[in-house]
Design a protein around this ligand. Structure first.
Ligand SMILES: [Zn+2]
Length: 449
């Protein structure tokens, strides 16, 4: 039996921060108490902060499918370097995760490469059946993702943005009708349903070529987000399934989500560090590193999203880590693919933001406790408490970090938060009581209850 005793750190517990000893036995926290109360081999962590490991519920491993962009090895090396000990991977890998068989094969692949624990979202297609969804849930899916506006290429087994596909056979994208048809089954299964919330009809009406960043904003107005959220929430409320809105980027989207919650919808909101730290003015500095869908919007949107986080309207910060090759991203605004890596800078950027709001510990709710609850892991991860996995991050509050391409462990080196300086550093990271190293050791996590 391996027993460890973390001594001397300021520990963030569900009841608040304090100077506690934390004992760990066989990867699980066994006690959190005043100095001298625990047992085990002492790890002296004096002066550090001991926080629950981060859980990023929105990453794109690109694995299998696009090994030149990323794989589970590079993704989880980046996660571990940033204090993220669990990642939940999106289903638009190739083949896309639309059946239990594909999910099981992807889980085996991820297990062979992943340095941190991982979960897998499953795909909702317009042709999905209740039986397929039930089988995906039984195979351990965290929940389901519906990409509004994205069709399915059955030949290539790939999710494709419908207006950009050259395939006349492309399966129709899932829409509000799909959610209504599958709603009773989704409610019975009880797992969350994540939407990519950009209404395709609104996008089509505003579409124009991208010559400047103003064209990006004009092409993808906040109405696309707010309409998608309101319509999906109406279906979720009527059918009784939980709706999780991915990457909320606008004040209007946030307001629509808040209205839906007030109307009684079971709904959670995720926003991303890039929307909390950047605005359209940063395009001049960052160029296409900042191109993503939905887009980084105005300073007013940024302020509203920060305020929503402070008030607890949004309880989850996730990254939408979506790497491409640096060569691809070097294309012009029209052609560079959307997305940025971010998992490595999630925890520190949130600590910095929470510190600016006056309470750095808030960050643990956004990146650990809130995401654990969403992913059905609220009884095993997301807290420093007896019985919980010893997924632990030691933060050095005396050293600062500037996000730089040299430190990036993802294949794509230039992320949207490049250059941001934060007043913390990652000291070390433990996954179930063991220092995270170069080897795969991640397990698949599945929702409980
Ligand atoms: Zn995404």
């Amino acid at each position: 039996m391996t027993e460890l005793l973390f001594r001397g750190a300021t520990v963030y517990t569900p009841d608040g921060p304090g100077d506690f000893d934390v004992s760990v036995s066989d990867g699980v926290i066994t006690s959190v108490g005043p100095g001298g109360s625990g047992r085990g081999r002492v790890v002296d962590v004096a002066g550090k902060w001991l926080l629950p490991g981060g859980i990023d519920v929105h990453v794109h491993s690109r694995d299998p499918g696009f090994p030149d962009k990323e794989d589970f090895g590079t993704l989880t090396a980046a996660a571990a370097a940033g204090g993220v000990t669990t990642v939940i991977d999106m289903p638009n890998t190739v083949p896309a995760v639309d059946s239990a068989g594909v999910l099981e094969a992807k889980a085996a692949l991820a297990r062979s490469r992943s340095r941190v624990d991982f979960g897998l979202w499953a795909l909702i297609r317009s042709s999905s059946t209740p039986e397929q969804l039930q089988a995906l849930a039984a195979a351990g899916a965290t929940g389901f993702k519906a990409y509004l506006g994205y069709g399915f290429d059955d030949g290539r087994k790939q999710v494709l943005y419908a207006p950009e596909s050259d395939d006349p056979q492309l399966e129709t994208p899932p829409d509000y009708g799909t959610l209504a048809r599958l709603g009773p089954a989704l409610a019975a299964i009880g797992l969350p349903v994540v939407i990519h919330a950009e209404d395709p009809a609104v996008l089509n009406s505003f579409k124009r070529p991208y010559e400047t960043y103003a064209d990006v904003l004009a092409s993808r107005p906040p109405e696309a987000e707010s309409v998608a959220i309101s319509a999906s929430a109406a279906v979720a409320r009527q059918c009784g399934f939980h709706l999780h809105v991915a990457h909320v980027s606008s004040a209007r989207g946030l307001a629509s989500a808040e209205e839906a919650v007030a109307a009684g919808t079971s709904l959670t909101i995720e926003t991303c560090p890039q929307f909390l730290w950047l605005s359209d003015a940063d395009y001049q500095r960052l160029g296409t590193a900042m191109k993503m869908n939905p887009p980084v919007r105005t300073a007013a949107d940024q302020a509203a999203l920060r305020e929503g986080l402070r008030r607890g309207v949004s309880g989850v910060v996730a990254t939408d880590q979506a790497p491409h090759t640096d060569e691809e991203k070097a294309g012009d605004l029209e052609h560079a693919p959307p997305g940025t890596p971010g998992v490595q800078t999630l925890y520190l950027s949130c600590l910095e933001l929470a510190k600016q709001m006056g309470d750095p510990w808030l960050a643990t709710r956004w990146v650990s406790e809130g995401p654990a609850a969403l992913a059905g892991l609220g009884e095993s991860k997301g807290r420093i408490s007896p019985g919980y996995d010893a997924d632990l991050v030691l933060i050095d509050p005396t050293r600062s970090t500037t996000f730089s391409p040299r430190a990036m462990r993802s294949r794509q080196k230039h992320g949207a938060l490049e250059g941001l300086r934060v007043s913390f550093a990652i000291d070390s990271v433990y996954l179930r009581g063991a220092r995270v190293g170069a080897k795969a050791g991640g397990r698949m996590v599945t929702p409980s209850g």
